[in-house]
Design a protein around this ligand. Structure first.
Ligand code: NI
Length: 173
């Protein structure tokens, strides 16, 4: 008989908080032990939720946990970072349209530094550091903002560049 695999784990698709929920405006708390079972389970559930929603990144406050943790896609994998620091590097600002799983159906143009350095703790609680540019830098800054209670429309300087994804696609944005 094959059943009862010891690694069997029930993962869950979590409910995503939408614009207007106060958890999205809160400054999230640092995580003292990323290796705690509760945090490992949270990562697994967030990965499941991200994949179900077909997103690029997801921050813990978006799933109603006000903690300094986000995940993001790196190629076919998903990386996690706890207690991140992000520093802009020299280089131009870049303007591009962003979406957010907490603001479904909409996109808006946001200008952000195009290159960043980051550091924090990985899912094993080990220090990680690196640099990112382009889309990865944008996603990481967007997710980091969630930990500070900032949503991308709060970064927009021209609200005429906010619209429904379908309409923007129709007008070739
Ligand atoms: Ni978002």
């Amino acid at each position: 008989m094959q059943g009862a695999a010891p690694h069997m784990q029930i993962m869950a698709i979590l409910k995503i908080a939408r614009l207007g929920h106060p958890v999205l405006l809160r400054v999230a708390e640092p995580v003292s032990d990323p290796t705690a079972p509760d945090m490992q389970r949270l990562i697994a559930d967030m990965v499941e939720t991200l994949e179900d929603a077909n997103g690029l990144g997801l921050a813990a406050p978006q799933v109603h946990r006000s903690l300094r943790l986000f995940i993001w896609r790196v190629g076919d994998a998903v990386a996690a970072i706890f207690n991140p620091d992000i520093t802009p590097l020299d280089g131009p600002m870049a303007a591009s349209f962003e979406g957010c799983l907490s603001i479904p159906g909409l996109r808006g143009e946001v200008s952000r530094p195009s290159r960043i350095a980051f550091r924090g703790l990985d899912a094993a609680g080990e220090p990680i550091a690196g640099t990112a540019e382009g889309l990865a830098a944008r996603v990481m800054q967007h997710e980091y903002d969630h930990l500070e209670g900032v949503l991308y429309p709060m970064r927009m300087t021209d609200l005429s560049r906010l619209g429904f994804t379908e309409e923007l696609a129709r007008s070739q944005e």
